[in-house]
Design a protein around this ligand. Structure first.
Ligand SMILES: NC(=O)c1ccc[n+]([C@@H]2O[C@H](COP(=O)([O-])OP(=O)(O)OC[C@H]3O[C@@H](n4cnc5c(N)ncnc54)[C@H](OP(=O)(O)O)[C@@H]3O)[C@@H](O)[C@H]2O)c1
Length: 516
């Protein structure tokens, strides 16, 4: 498996942060190309890569789906998607026309053998016409229940190996399984056809600049790492909140919930990046080895202990910024007696010398007052207070907040003397903001990840052992929750910071959630 490979020629900083990265020509086949993800995220990201001259001249896209669309109609839908969703605004005509020359539509059902045979012929033809050199990326932008069929068909039609000395990769969207067993099964299906280093499991959080900056912040600066441990850190809070309900995704979400949809992937990735040991290099496997180690060091929450270490909630009718929100159970696609959690909070402990005894509090929910993603490191208080007999617990502790979205940046809160004749102490902040410091818009997460997949850099993708380590922590929690139906759902109004139990959960430890 890939974890043992180490590439000594890869310069750490060039590998992950390199500037002039240009992939070889290739063909990207998007399964599910008439869907929402393709026109809202994938193709606008590819277009922006083309705009920045990051794609090779022979780059081509083949859209694979069921609808009876022509190449022209497919291109028109993609162009509308770019005009509506690209961060660079409406498409530039000449650039789009050039990009569109490589775009075509392949109509087939995922289960149709003949569709894959025709696809193989088509890819061979594109290799000749556009010089793609046999390089292929298959992108599974489909409902997850289609993954197994597509993977098996690709294998059966010899599409997992490239002709002409090219390479083949496969990108798998989230959700990657719904518990440990199903994630292991999907890994088995993938690995029966592809090698681990061909597989790119996407978690778009890892493509965000601010998330990549966690490692740069920790390991390109000398002053933070020495205090990054139980000796100086009291606890860590990781929050990913959304200020909308489930909108039109009720059918999907009701089968999923906050733990599966957000915590298993995005929040656990953030935790791993904040808590991992320094990797020996910025090589893809060296980074992922450390992330896996820290995930494996987390003490599992047994099903019987869920009430002690977790809180779950579901939103009721309420309002967010004056806009009325109806209760989760009345959303389209949601069961009227649904037990699915739209809010979850966990307390995790990492059993390592660095972190023993430091709680990591994770919370994520829908219909909360603000859309925020951040990691807050709260440091221990000063051991002794010299000023005006002020007890140390009345001085707010130092907090380092890594803000992932919105207001991307990093803030350090510390105490300062307020002007005047007394020794009044007030909290103040030192702020770094991406926008004002760099003056350029960050690329979209999908731009970074698609480019990495074309270059063959798996650092920001989740490896098999990583995804399984995360599911092995979540699965007992899901089992504990399933064993005891929540008695008081819905238990928080849309527009507040989750259920009251979440506050009590922190109060039991003498702590409070950050007010965001
Ligand atoms: N949308 C997002 O923002 C987002 C974000 C993160 C992750 N994801 C993940 O990305 C994946 C795709 O999401 P989506 O929102 O784009 O889904 P979607 O809008 O429901 O699109 C599904 C696509 O799959 C095709 N399809 C379904 N069954 C098929 C079959 N039997 N044969 C051929 N084509 C078939 C559909 O084609 P036809 O309609 O032509 O039949 C359509 O192109 C999902 O796994 C989702 O969880 C989505």
């Amino acid at each position: 498996m890939g974890s043992e490979t180490f590439n000594p020629t890869e310069n750490p900083l060039r590998a992950g942060l390199r500037m002039g990265r240009s992939p070889e020509p290739c063909t990207m086949v998007i399964f599910g190309a008439t869907g929402d993800l393709t026109s809202r995220k994938l193709v606008p990201a590819l277009y922006n890569l083309a705009r920045e001259r990051r794609l090779a001249a022979g780059f081509s896209v083949v859209g694979f789906a069921r609808r009876d669309w022509s190449d022209e109609h497919f291109r028109e839908v993609l162009l509308n998607g770019i005009n509506a969703y690209s961060r660079s605004g409406a498409a530039e005509t000449a650039l789009w026309e050039n990009f569109a020359q490589g775009v075509s539509y392949h109509r087939s059902d995922f289960s149709d053998h003949d569709g894959y045979a025709r696809l193989a012929q088509r890819l061979d033809a594109i290799d000749v016409e556009r010089g793609a050199g046999g390089n292929r990326v298959f992108y599974l932008a489909t409902p997850p229940d289609a993954y197994a069929e597509i993977i098996q068909q690709l294998g059966a039609h010899g599409l997992a190996r490239s002709p002409n000395g090219g390479w083949t990769r496969i990108i798998v969207e989230k959700p990657f399984g719904r518990d440990l067993g199903s994630a292991q099964e999907l890994n088995r299906q993938l690995l029966a056809v592809f090698d681990e280093d061909q597989i790119y499991r996407i978690d778009h959080y890892l493509g965000k600049e601010t998330v990549q900056n966690i490692l740069v912040f920790r390991f390109a600066n000398g002053i933070f790492e020495p205090i990054w441990s139980r000796r100086y850190i009291d606890h860590v809070q990781i929050t990913v909140s959304e200020s909308i309900g489930v909108e039109d995704r009720g059918g999907y979400y009701d089968q999923s919930g906050a733990l599966r949809d957000m915590i298993q992937n995005h929040l656990m990735q953030l935790l791993a990046l904040v808590a991992m040991e320094p990797p020996v290099s910025y090589d893809a496997n060296a980074v992922r080895d450390e992330k896996v180690k820290v995930l494996r060091a987390i003490r599992p929450i047994a099903p019987e202990a869920v009430n002690e270490f977790t809180v779950r909630g579901q939103y009721d009718t309420g309002s967010i910024m004056g806009k009325p929100i109806s209760s989760y159970r009345s959303e389209r696609g949601v069961a009227p007696d649904s037990q699915t959690e739209t809010y979850a909070a966990l307390k995790l402990f990492i059993e390592s010398w660095r972190w023993a005894g430091v709680p990591f509090y994770l919370r994520s929910g829908k219909a909360l007052p603000r859309r925020v993603s951040e990691i807050a490191i709260q440091f221990r208080s000063a051991p002794l207070m010299l000023f005006d007999d002020l007890p140390t617990n009345e001085v707010e502790p130092n907090t380092l907040a890594i803000k992932i979205q919105p207001d991307e940046g990093i803030t350090l809160k510390f105490s300062s003397k307020a002007p005047g004749q007394t020794s009044q102490i007030r909290p103040v902040t030192m702020d770094f903001r991406y926008g004002s410091s760099f003056g350029v818009a960050s690329p979209e997460a999908y731009e970074r990840l698609l480019l990495d997949s074309l270059i063959g850099d798996g650092t920001l993708f989740t490896r098999r052992d990583e995804v399984e380590a995360s599911w092995s922590l979540m699965t007992p929690i899901l089992q504990g929750w399933a064993a005891e139906a929540p008695r008081n759902f819905p238990n928080y109004e849309a527009g507040v910071w989750g259920p009251l139990e979440a506050d009590d959960f922190m109060a039991r430890d003498g702590r409070i959630w950050r007010r965001l």
